[in-house]
Design a protein around this ligand. Sequence first.
Ligand code: 5AD
Length: 345
Amino acid sequence: MIKVIEKLFKEGNLQKDEIISLLECEDENIIEKLFEYARIRAKETFGNEIYTRGLIEISNFCKNDCYYCGIRRGNKNVCRYRLSKEQIMECCQIGYDLDFRSFVLQGGEDPHFSDDVICDIVSEIRKKYPDCAITLSLGERSYESYKKLFDCGANRYLLRHETSDFCHYGKLHPKELSLENRIKCLENLKKIGYQVGTGIMVGSPYQTIENIADDIIFIKNFKPHMIGLGPFVPHKESIFRDFPHGSVKLTLKILAILRLMLPKALIPATTALGTVEENGREMGILAGANVLMPNLSPKDVRKNYLLYDNKISTGEEAAEGRKALGERMEKIGYILSSKRGDYRE
Ligand code: 5AD
């Protein structure tokens, strides 16, 4: 197995059967070596700096009914909200004052946020904070829509593919949603010039190790600028309420493999990792992640943007906890950076 890891470190690639053997490997020494190599690779590009993005959850209305998600349309026990332009601008100001130079506007697929409404908000952020990166995470939209938002000043877009297996995709989503369209969206975003992020939930219902190996190969071939990976966490009002949460260890292994395959990628240690395990985000960084995304949403709405149960949002993962978060990073030998942290070839 050590040969496989050496090969991954040297060549940045593996065959599918090698990926599977690594995912199935339980040898702690091997896994620690994998993480060590991933840290070395991350440090070559990013040193010991961890970039931060302020996450603003602009709406929990969603027209979709994804079986895993807490804010799916069919969940009647959610107090729905959407932020006004003024509220979003206030979040940005608070974030800017806390040294954030990158904002992520994330929301369900809320028809209220038409192109005109988002363009107005993005243009205003772009005008007021020319030095900041603007990332959108608003789901599937048309080419024209993505293009308009890009032309107004958005730079990056996050859209996880969730799974690269058509059959598995169908088990996670209602029939109106298709993997074909998801991939088309990702290709369109790239063509337009966005820095694009994709990724998966680890341990989502019906996922196999082979699915994960295919996802790793899909991501390697797609070459996203950003990769979002978190364990699946059940939500009590979702169809998957009785499934167990995904494994942190497996998530970290996937993260490390992808770091070695795509050395320059921006990879967050996600909130889901921090939710399932107290030190999950530190573990993510020690497995090769280089980004944190603290919550900048207004405090009173955070409890309503629960994609899964027990989602953390008021401790050190919150933007106002930046100082404490910085201290946590220093304990493991890293520092929080105030840079925009763009993808660089
Ligand atoms: N557990 C973990 N991650 C989830 N997401 C949605 N629901 C869950 C859940 N129950 C992730 C999806 C989506 C991202 C915004 O949040 O991967 O793309």
